[in-house]
Design a protein around this ligand. Structure first.
Ligand code: ZN
Length: 247
């Protein structure tokens, strides 16, 4: 099966559309979209992003920003900008799209893969930011490979099958990274709508579960189009500026 793996769209329609256009332009085939959560929050297009995802065959998880919008997280634990956007998003969403978010699972098992927004140990909250945190999480799932989002940074953590040593690597865009049989993995596709690795381009991955290849891609999108809508809605300046920086 070929999966288009995306995460953290954060209500950025221009970025999401650019990903789908790039997939089509490269003639990449996929059977299903695996979306690892945080569909909304930060960006100006929550309804349009949900509506577009719903036109595709997909599995979509809940993220911490989706939970915040649903009132499942105390907004006092969010930074003020994120909390303001959670409130704005709650008011902006149609009842039908709120119900869609409510029905998203926290984690999902798919054959050799375990999918969670944040980490297998804490599917909504934990940031798998380094090999040490990854090492603590490998015993928390049984599959060969765990897919997570949440940090907005594309990365692969590799647990050696013999030594159980964990190391990290950032597979470069455009070339397939093979998920070997003698190792286990925690992999992150990065963010579609708010990348934080210093590269402002939208990130996505094509996963072939037969060949066990993970191929990352980046695509530039019309950042100004998203920023204009954010300004029109009086979004915090910091959130508008960070899209240019990819931070
Ligand atoms: Zn996020």
């Amino acid at each position: 099966m070929r999966c288009l793996v995306i995460s953290d769209i954060h209500a950025n329609l221009a970025a999401f559309e650019a990903v789908l256009a790039d997939v089509a332009a490269r003639k990449l085939q996929y059977d299903i979209v695996w979306c690892l959560g945080d569909l909304v929050g930060y960006g100006p297009d929550p309804n349009d992003v949900i509506a577009l995802l719903q036109t595709l065959p997909h599995i979509c998880l809940s993220g911490n920003h989706d939970w915040a919008v649903l009132g499942r997280i105390d907004l006092r634990t969010f930074n003020p900008d994120a909390a303001a956007l959670a409130r704005w998003t709650r008011d902006a969403l149609t009842p039908q799209h709120l119900r869609y978010l409510q029905a998203r699972p926290g984690s999902v098992e798919q054959g050799d893969f375990f999918l969670a927004h944040a980490s297998p140990r804490e599917p909504i909250w934990e940031y798998v930011i380094d090999a040490m945190v990854a090492e603590e999480n490998f015993p928390r799932f049984t599959q060969r490979c765990c897919l997570v989002g949440h940090t907005h940074v594309p990365v692969a953590f590799i647990e050696d099958g013999g030594t159980h040593m964990v190391r990290s690597t950032m597979p470069p865009p455009g070339s397939p990274f093979t998920l070997r049989e003698d190792a286990r993995y925690i992999v992150n596709p990065g963010s579609v709508g708010q990348p934080r690795d210093g590269d402002p381009r939208a990130a996505y991955v094509l996963l072939d579960t037969g060949a066990m290849t993970w191929t990352p891609y980046r695509v530039a999108y019309d950042i100004a189009r998203t920023q204009d809508k954010m300004r029109t809605n009086d979004f915090p300046v910091r959130l508008i500026a960070r899209l240019d920086l990819g931070r």
